[in-house]
Design a protein around this ligand. Structure first.
Ligand code: PLP
Length: 441
């Protein structure tokens, strides 16, 4: 877009992005070949749909390709070279991920198919074994469906109930309300997101985990939108369960992590039954394997685990604090720019209280139209309910548009996004005016 843009003066925001230098960012972007492509309209791609899924660096692509090219075989079973090498790489991946989140032991790291699968595992095993009629699960109204539906299903099976914690009109949480809910309802489980995938709001994970503990509740933290963007230390956070997926942190799809405290996982019955998760099977029954195998029935996602470990190493190499600072600076550009525009509503707290997510709506323009117009300009964003229907209902909205930043986005892309929003606004304001002139009421 040309230098005549009304947003030219906002270039001053660029100096905030000091986490990566321009040449570092160039080098980072070189690791992501996909970022160099054009979109269908021929525009250069600005990928701002990272909260849905991120792109993969060469380190991840190469690690998986190397596995398939050189040593892939099924793990844990074969007594041959390839199987032993695959097994060693798969178990090394577990140690890498355990280190990445500072788990007390790699036995606490269960590989699953994703965050959704991790939460369902907890619901089906810990939930079925520990909850009954009248018991309460407390969740926030801002949860992704992945952290709501498994609890509704558990409620259907056991007669427990799910209670939702409200959010303030500033899109944040009030600690006194949290405390009040914990004290009054005495929930068995407090399930909450570390970062809302719509509002970007961060929750005080450590403080809430401590609070929950003091009221005897087990915590499950959905860290899908946190683990890719900030350092996570499960020992310091003191969470009981913490889950995340690989594809939002530069890793592959089809792999996720369920972290649980060892004692909790040991006390839980197995979930999926089959090969790999047993110590012994007889015609009368079975004896489950030790952790972590107990929860990894069937052939696991082998190359995906290796890819996830490569992603974790890639993020560690860049430094998660720097990644967080970089995204925060980009989020601030977009957030402040949108707030200065007439007819635009930012859905979420101000940038100081959130990760790299900015959701918004434009008066009189449907979220899907915004996303489509942005796509014509090469900018990928997401529109819809973002798998948070209860939150959207609470906000009295059917849909919102979301821009989400990641380590490889340039500050110029945040500005390009703002310029594009001005164009969308102008286009729809003009067409609205023409419509009103043609059909005066
Ligand atoms: C907050 C949150 N939780 C859970 C999920 C589901 O994650 P997965 O795709 O790893 O199952 C998402 C994905 O959009 C998310 O944003």
């Amino acid at each position: 877009m040309g230098s005549q843009s009304p947003l030219v003066e906002k270039k001053s925001y660029l100096k905030d992005t000091t986490a990566f230098t321009i040449s570092e960012l160039d080098q980072i972007r070189e690791q992501f070949p996909i970022l160099g492509r054009l979109t269908a309209s021929g525009a250069p791609l600005a990928f701002l749909d990272n909260a849905a899924s991120t792109q993969r660096p060469l380190a991840v692509i190469d690690a998986m390709s190397d596995c398939f090219r050189r040593y892939y075989a099924n793990v844990h079973r074969g007594i041959h070279t390839l199987s032993e090498e695959s097994t060693a790489a798969y178990e090394q991946a577990r140690r890498t991920v355990a280190e990445f989140i500072n788990a007390a032991s790699d036995r606490e790291v269960i590989f699953t198919a994703g965050a959704t699968a991790s939460i369902n595992t907890v619901a089906r095993t810990w939930g079925d074994a520990n909850l009954g009629r009248g018991d309460v699960i407390l969740a926030t109204i801002a949860e992704h469906h992945a952290n709501i539906v498994p609890w509704h299903q558990l409620a259907e099976r056991t007669g427990c109930k799910v209670v939702f914690l409200p959010i303030t009109s500033e899109y944040t949480f009030d600690d006194t309300v949290v405390k009040d809910h914990l004290a009054r309802l005495q929930p068995k489980l407090f399930a909450f997101t570390a970062v809302s995938n719509v509002l970007g709001t961060k929750t005080p994970v450590r403080r809430w985990a401590q609070l929950a503990k003091s009221f005897g509740a087990v915590t499950l933290v959905d860290a899908s939108q946190a683990t890719p963007h900030e350092p996570i230390d499960v020992q310091s956070l003191d969470t009981d369960f913490l889950v995340f997926g690989g594809h939002k942190m530069c890793g592959p799809t089809g792999i996720g992590v369920l972290h649980g405290k060892q004692q909790l996982l040991e006390d839980m019955p197995a979930f999926l039954g089959g090969g790999g998760m047993i110590l012994r099977v007889t015609t009368e029954g079975f004896e489950p394997a030790e952790l972590p195998d107990k929860f990894e029935a069937g052939t696991p996602p082998i190359a995906e685990a290796i890819g996830l470990a490569a992603a974790a190493n890639f993020l560690t190499g860049l430094g998660l604090e720097r990644i967080a600072a970089h995204e925060h600076a980009l989020c601030k550009i977009a957030d402040q720019g949108l707030r200065e525009m007439q007819g635009v509503e930012v859905i979420g707290p101000d940038a100081s209280q959130k990760g790299g997510i900015v959701s918004f709506s434009i008066d009189g323009v449907h979220a899907h139209d915004i996303a489509q117009e942005l796509d014509h300009l090469g900018i990928a964003v997401r529109a819809g309910h973002h798998c948070t229907m209860p939150l959207h209902r609470w906000m009295k909205k059917t849909s919102t548009t979301r821009a989400s930043f990641y380590l490889y986005n340039r500050p110029q892309e945040a500005e390009r996004f703002l310029e594009a929003i001005e164009l969308v606004k102008t286009k729809f304001t003009r067409s609205g005016r023409r419509r009103r002139q043609r059909n005066p009421q």
